[in-house]
Design a protein around this ligand. Sequence first.
Ligand SMILES: *[C@@H]1O[C@H](CO)[C@@H](O)[C@H](O)[C@H]1NC(C)=O
Ligand SMILES: *[C@@H]1O[C@H](CO)[C@@H](O)[C@H](O)[C@H]1NC(C)=O
Ligand SMILES: *[C@@H]1O[C@H](CO)[C@@H](O)[C@H](O)[C@H]1NC(C)=O
Ligand SMILES: *[C@@H]1O[C@H](CO)[C@@H](O)[C@H](O)[C@H]1NC(C)=O
Ligand SMILES: *[C@@H]1O[C@H](CO)[C@@H](O)[C@H](O)[C@H]1NC(C)=O
Ligand SMILES: *[C@@H]1O[C@H](CO)[C@@H](O)[C@H](O)[C@H]1NC(C)=O
Ligand SMILES: *[C@@H]1O[C@H](CO)[C@@H](O)[C@H](O)[C@H]1NC(C)=O
Ligand SMILES: *[C@@H]1O[C@H](CO)[C@@H](O)[C@H](O)[C@H]1NC(C)=O
Length: 674
Amino acid sequence: MPVLLLLFLLSLAGALVSSADDGHQFAYQGFAAANLTLDGLATVMPDGLLVLTNFTLQTKAHAFNPTPLRFLDRTAPNSTAAAARSFSTSFVFAIVSRYDGLSDQGLAFALAPSTNLSTAIPGQYLGLLNATNGTASDHIFAVELDTILNPEFSDIDSNHVGIDVNSLISRKAKPAGYYGDDGAFRNLTLNSQQPMQVWVDYDGQARQLNVTLAPVQEPKPTIPLISEAIDLSTVLTDPMYAGFSSSSGVVPTHQYVLGWSFSFDGPAPSLYFSKLPTLPRVGPEPRSRVLEVVLPLASALLIAAVLAVVGFFMWRRRRFAEVREDWEDEFGPHRFAYKDLFRATDGFNNRNLLGVGGFGRVYKGVLPASSLEIAVKRVSHDSRQGVREFVAEVVSIGRLRHRNLAQLLGYCRRNRELLLVYDYMENGSLDKYLYNRDGLTLDWPERYWIIKGVASSLLYLHEDWEQVVIHRDIKASNVLLDSQMNGRLGDFGLARLYDHGADAQTTHVVGTMGYLAPELVRTGKATPSTDVFAFGVFLLEVVCGRRPIERGDHSSRVLVDWVLEHYCNGTIIDTVDPRFMGRFDMDEVTLVLKLGLLCAHPSPNARPSVRKVMQYLEGVQPVPDVSPSYMSYSMMALMQNQGFDSYVTSCPPSGTSIHTVSNGSAATVLLDGR
Ligand SMILES: *[C@@H]1O[C@H](CO)[C@@H](O)[C@H](O)[C@H]1NC(C)=O
Ligand SMILES: *[C@@H]1O[C@H](CO)[C@@H](O)[C@H](O)[C@H]1NC(C)=O
Ligand SMILES: *[C@@H]1O[C@H](CO)[C@@H](O)[C@H](O)[C@H]1NC(C)=O
Ligand SMILES: *[C@@H]1O[C@H](CO)[C@@H](O)[C@H](O)[C@H]1NC(C)=O
Ligand SMILES: *[C@@H]1O[C@H](CO)[C@@H](O)[C@H](O)[C@H]1NC(C)=O
Ligand SMILES: *[C@@H]1O[C@H](CO)[C@@H](O)[C@H](O)[C@H]1NC(C)=O
Ligand SMILES: *[C@@H]1O[C@H](CO)[C@@H](O)[C@H](O)[C@H]1NC(C)=O
Ligand SMILES: *[C@@H]1O[C@H](CO)[C@@H](O)[C@H](O)[C@H]1NC(C)=O
């Protein structure tokens, strides 16, 4: 005990001395007097709580210690290279999401050569770097507390601690948790609303970095969560700023730092939980006791008031009535109140109508509490059957996270109606830019960027998520453009899930005419390969700026056939959208057209997987030539309609008229399959 007391007094003394120690050591038990250098959303509350992000979306936040630190020891024996000094730092943080259990971007302890990170971007880049991969000249070192699984950064899960060096692809990462004294691992949930403490210790001599995590008020675990051999002298430069970086994504989240200490050449001063600012309460206000006392006295008055108000509420109740069943409890956080959606969209006012799709009307809205912009899709359904499965799917789809997917935030149910709530995309859908005749268009590099984005989201759905997700309705009008013109695949209302390895279920044929693979029409069985087919048609659509089936007076032109014909004639470049005015990269355009034909191959075996598609698009592999025995889509359709035997065409001789289909229509169709 006396030893502990002595240690305590020593560390206390250390903490008091620290402020005078010219940046070699500091301890902030709350940040009221810290004079941090803040930018973006970061603010310090009057009680000293550092709030990195509030409910403003897609914005960065930085908070740095105002004085830079010298990490490189130039007095080291080796005069040609400076060694990085040993340091220790510790901080207490908490992540509080508006929707319990729905996580958003995390935060990071960061060392950076400047406090000006204006070139970094928010979202999954955590305000540290941007889409150009970091390089050694960035000198960014970070310990990330990441609450999202980003496949593009090879994240291990959606709740991990990682060491990042000039890249968001962590050099080493572990699921969040800590080792107890018994050596057993205990899980921690980063966005559990509970404060947690992190220690980052670097030994300059042994060139070893340890990262340790624990619930607040627990002593520092003796076994670190991560222990990594790393030489920071090759990463850091002089001077460096130490601090925190964070960004908000699409789920309104508060990220707090309660206290922080730092020291060179020795343990970081202790943080005292009792001295740290407290977190704001979450949840409803507790009931006032005054009311309980006054209630009996004023009961008569209240009853009168209640009677007067009852009528109003009965009216209101009907107006905002929802359908809610017991089984939905498990989906609680994803459920929106109809009242909120009603208010957000001004009562589903036609002024807020964004569009009318095959399955319902879509409205723009702003959630009053968070000012989050949303798109609400109203889908009517006839039967009560299947609603439960559908909602379960909606919720698991809501857990999909990828920067090229339109985020599904949740749902609400009313009588015979389901409301799906999506993140709002300000630039609307891609088809608007492809078919709009008043000049609004996209140049080739923009279209190519969108194509690659959509391909990467499809790869995520097919191969990188925990379940295979078949989208079933890939088309230009389902690709939405965010504020930075990234393509985001939307409208999963139709997608059905099935486990990896399991057989695809046969249900209704759902999709849009012109994008339906021949075997899908025949068997009603959606597979990753039928998605690839639709993606192939989508590629041609984007390059040619034409709809998959264009109806003329007497006949319809099937885009795949038309491009194939030009390909066979060696005039494929003639199919490119004239609105490029000849300004496009010939090789890229040819690549995408060939890839489109390959993906839209009538035989599923001939179509590449999405992973292959990504490799072709990235130029890792050349696209193989389209085989001469390519059976065109409309021939297939004709055969099906008219019961022809199997029939294979070669490239048609030049001058052959274009195949036609009689029932071509670009509207969404539902066919009953068996
Ligand atoms: C706070 O920091 C700014 C520069 O970041 C400096 O100009 C100012 O004097 C500091 N204030 C105090 C009280 O230290
Ligand atoms: C979030 O913080 C920023 C910067 O302090 C402020 O401008 C903005 O109004 C805040 N937004 C919300 C929703 O609190
Ligand atoms: C001194 O630094 C150089 C360059 O980093 C290295 O090659 C050499 O081995 C070092 N010498 C010693 C004694 O550490
Ligand atoms: C940050 O750097 C950019 C250029 O990289 C500059 O335009 C901007 O003014 C700087 N901001 C501050 C606050 O110094
Ligand atoms: C990305 O960040 C680097 C510095 O880290 C900067 O040089 C580059 O200009 C940035 N790129 C963009 C597109 O902002
Ligand atoms: C970024 O790095 C990753 C992995 O190292 C690589 O796959 C990707 O192509 C790089 N992107 C760019 C734009 O250099
Ligand atoms: C900790 O989390 C992992 C993965 O999330 C899980 O497999 C494991 O069962 C959890 N352990 C405990 C003790 O909860
Ligand atoms: C890191 O942890 C290991 C135990 O895993 C320990 O031996 C080493 O001293 C620690 N290093 C630092 C810098 O704390």
